[in-house]
Design a protein around this ligand. Structure first.
Ligand code: AMP
Length: 282
């Protein structure tokens, strides 16, 4: 495994791989790796010849009052995990190299960004789309993997790739959870003992929504109400949003005819967590 921190060196490496006729699979991350990232890497390993993982905490996707400085980082441990997951290249550029003085070009995926997390975090998906297209241009992957835990992010990237004819296969991967159901996230490391316990309400709430849907309730309203009740019963939890929406457009749904996304964002103490589930008949 090789660690590359220089953009030019990464570009050269990728060009050489392409010339040799091999394929590149790419897993973008912000580091502080857990088994959720591990599942993307394991799948990625199967999907092509050279597996590249980026570790980059992207400043432009954090709002001014968000946790960019406090975002957890541990490059040494991440490198060990990358090695164990048979990653070929870890690409970890500096923020100064990615956004040098004078940088002023951003990418907006318009409508999809104006729902769910995009409303609470203005500019977040602009930052995400911009860094992902930059990483795509540097790494030149054939395939890239993203987790469904960040369902909106996955849709934004798929849309960007389609709209701009980028020609990269974008693969979505299921949410990996802790044994008790909490969706794995680097931000879980911020939770103290009582917050960690409280954080379970997200999973309990989406499971309740799933049960209601599967028992025949197809109206969004009673599901939303019950999900909200479960979160609000938890004193440490503050709801940011709870939505039942179309799985392609993220527009709110009143009635579920086929499939729907039940998505929520909740603050537990200072830590904002997201979770979701696709409600489906099949
Ligand atoms: P992050 O480092 O949090 O930006 O995540 C990097 C990639 O891993 C994104 O595509 C995430 O959606 C994905 N990911 C994060 N947590 C999980 C999880 N619990 N299960 C599956 N994928 C995840």
């Amino acid at each position: 495994m090789r660690l590359i921190t220089n953009i030019q060196e990464m570009r050269l490496f990728s060009s050489d791989v392409k010339k040799s006729g091999k394929t590149i699979v790419f897993v973008p991350t912000m580091g502080y790796l857990h088994d959720g990232h591990g599942s993307l890497l394991a799948k990625g390993r199967e999907l092509g010849d050279i597996l590249v993982m980026s570790i980059f905490v992207n400043p432009i996707q954090f709002g001014a009052k968000e946790d960019y400085a406090a975002y957890p980082r541990d490059l040494n441990n991440d490198l060990k995990m990358a090695e164990a997951n048979k990653v070929d290249i870890v690409f970890s550029p500096t923020a100064e190299d990615m956004y040098p003085e004078g940088f002023q070009t951003y990418l907006d995926v318009e409508r999809l960004s104006n729902h769910l997390c995009g409303l609470a975090r203005p500019g977040h998906f602009r930052g995400v789309a911009t860094v992902v297209i930059k990483l795509f241009n540097i790494i030149k992957p054939d395939t890239a993997l993203f987790g469904e835990k960040d369902f909106q992010q996955l849709l934004v990237i798929k849309r960007m790739v389609q709209d701009l004819n980028i020609g990269i296969d974008v693969v979505g991967m299921p949410i990996i959870r802790e044994e008790d159901g909490l969706a794995m996230s680097s931000r879980n490391s911020h939770l103290n003992k009582s917050e960690r316990k409280a954080a379970l309400c997200l999973f309990q709430a989406i499971m309740k929504g799933k049960d209601m849907y599967e028992s025949g309730i197809k109206d969004a309203e009673p599901i939303l109400k019950e999900v909200r009740n479960i979160i609000e019963e938890e004193p440490l939890a503050v709801v940011d949003y709870i939505r039942v929406c179309d799985i392609n457009t993220l527009e709110d749904l009143e009635k579920i005819t086929d499939k729907a996304l039940l998505a929520l964002a909740v603050k537990i103490g200072k830590t904002r967590l997201v979770d979701n589930i696709v409600l489906s008949n099949s």
